[in-house]
Design a protein around this ligand. Structure first.
Ligand code: ADP
Ligand code: ASP
Ligand code: MG
Length: 447
């Protein structure tokens, strides 16, 4: 069996759903399990509707219109769609009364997007002769912790998911269409796996059923050398390793969910990124190993809106005590760190903007150190062959120097596939454009 996941842009409207149906039909002999995201921008629209409800307005016209009009155009029964949209309206009315929305309620709310899309896709497939059945992921074994909006899957999920599809392994009598992104916690509350979580759903199912391949279908020809919105001439990368793909997702390339490589990597299942708008393009194949042909760089990423923290010891504690106490404080405050550089008595590190309030962190750190917090920074990450790090760095600093771009911190990941550095947000995009030009747009002989 294989897993095929279709992201929001691949199922954005009736025409796209017809097109996806054709793609699924082409792969039926491979016995696919399908994973679908919410249609188009539905997740964003649901979150926006929650914000409006907090301000007293219930506004779901756009969401209703999209789903009803697509159902009508595809000539499918709307009972299921209608009952979900009615439930959604009640939920928004509830939010508008109490004027607040918790993380738990947000997850319940955004779950409507995926629940609607699988029902529509399955109904359409069945109507055109593919025997399809929709599933909400929590009904086939997806159980997470209760970290609403970014929940972690519990390990025992894999067995349950494997069992849910065991019969299909020997007798593929229907095509399952599963909601991406959503799950439930042990108490039965709906959770989500973090934005872009359908990639992770696909990877988890792939690992659970020991799929031959996991394909995620998007609107780009695979993983590109950098974000095409920053560099329109970015080119698809043919092969990449799981480790490299993990690093680039973690360091801001929005193309894959940061944790989506782990399940596929653990079972060594080939993972392919394909373009549903251009299905004949081979896309990017992610494997555990491949011949890297001595390329210097594979992908450049940027992660904006990062906070940089400089912590300089007041020497109240010895060196060991200092480092231990600093990390203990981060642990206590449940704040995660992306990048780190240390000297004997100082530590510089970056925090993701999603960490929220940093007052508690600052207060605790100031008991043992002088603390400087700077916002508005961008992490640029160069994922590539760090065996050639001197050459990469030489080229990089030459470009940055000519452009007068000041680097504020630099670190080379222990994973040996990335080098990251920090610049001001205002210079982030220019920096990526310049580096892309030097590393990818110039023929090697002329560099
Ligand atoms: P989907 O939700 O359909 O699975 P996403 O929208 O999450 O897909 O991811 C695809 C988008 O990621 C692309 O349209 C592109 O704008 C963006 N992107 C950012 N960095 C990269 C990159 N290095 N390679 C490819 N796409 C990228
Ligand atoms: N619909 C969710 C989102 O927009 C999950 C996904 O698309 O992967 O983040
Ligand atoms: Mg996505």
């Amino acid at each position: 069996m294989i897993v095929m996941k279709f992201g929001g842009s691949s199922v954005a409207n009736a025409e796209r759903i017809r097109h996806v149906t054709d793609i699924i039909k082409m792969f039926l002999a491979e016995r696919p399990v399908i994973v679908a995201s919410a249609m188009g921008k539905t997740t964003d629209n649901l979150l926006a509707a929650a914000e409006r409800a907090v301000n007293g307005q219930v506004c779901i016209e756009e969401i209703c219109h999209l789903h009803y009009s697509v159902a009508a155009e595809l000539q499918i029964e709307t009972v299921e769609v209608q009952s979900l949209l009615d439930e959604l309206k009640k939920l928004l009315e509830g939010i508008s009364l109490i004027r607040e929305v918790s993380a738990r309620t947000k997850d319940y709310l955004v779950s409507f997007g995926e629940r609607l899309s699988v029902r529509i896709l399955a109904a359409h497939l069945s109507r055109v002769g593919v025997n399809a059945r929709f599933f909400d992921a929590f009904d086939i074994g997806f159980v997470t912790n209760s970290d609403f909006t970014n929940a972690e899957l519990l390990d025992d999920s894999y067995n349950r998911i494997g069992e849910a599809f065991a019969a299909l392994q020997s007798d593929y009598v229907y095509t399952p269409i599963v909601t991406g992104f959503i799950a439930k916690d042990r108490n039965g509350a709906i959770t989500t796996l973090g934005r872009g979580g359908s990639d992770l759903t696909a990877s988890v199912i792939g690992a659970a059923i020991k799929a031959k391949e996991i394909m995620v279908w998007k609107d780009v020809d695979g993983i590109l050398t950098t974000d095409p919105r920053v560099v329109p001439v970015a080119q698809p990368v043919k092969n990449i390793s799981f480790e490299e793909a993990s690093e680039l997702a973690y360091f801001g390339a929005k193309v894959l969910h940061p944790r989506s490589m782990l399940p596929a990597m653990a079972r060594n299942i080939p993972f392919r990124v394909k373009n549903s708008y251009n299905p004949s393009h081979p896309g990017t194949l992610i494997l555990s190993r491949f011949d890297d042909k001595d390329e210097l760089l594979r992908v450049l990423t940027l992660k904006k809106n990062v906070t940089l923290v400089d912590i300089v010891s007041t020497r109240m504690l010895g060196q060991y005590g200092f480092l231990a106490r600093v990390f203990q404080i981060f642990d206590e405050q449940r704040i995660s760190v992306d990048m780190l550089a240390t000297s004997e008595v100082s530590i510089s590190l970056t925090l993701d903007s999603r960490n929220g309030q940093l007052d508690g962190l600052k207060r605790e750190l100031e008991k043992i150190a002088n603390v400087g917090i700077k916002t508005g920074k961008t992490i640029i990450t160069m994922v590539g062959n760090v065996r050639h790090s001197s050459e990469i760095l030489e080229k990089t600093f030459k470009v940055l120097n000519t452009r007068g771009i000041n680097v504020q911190m630099i670190s080379q990941g222990a994973s040996k596939v990335n080098i990251s550095f920090i610049v001001d947000d205002a210079q982030g995009e220019t920096c990526v454009q310049e580096l892309h030009r030097v590393f990818f747009e110039t023929a090697p002989a002329q560099v």
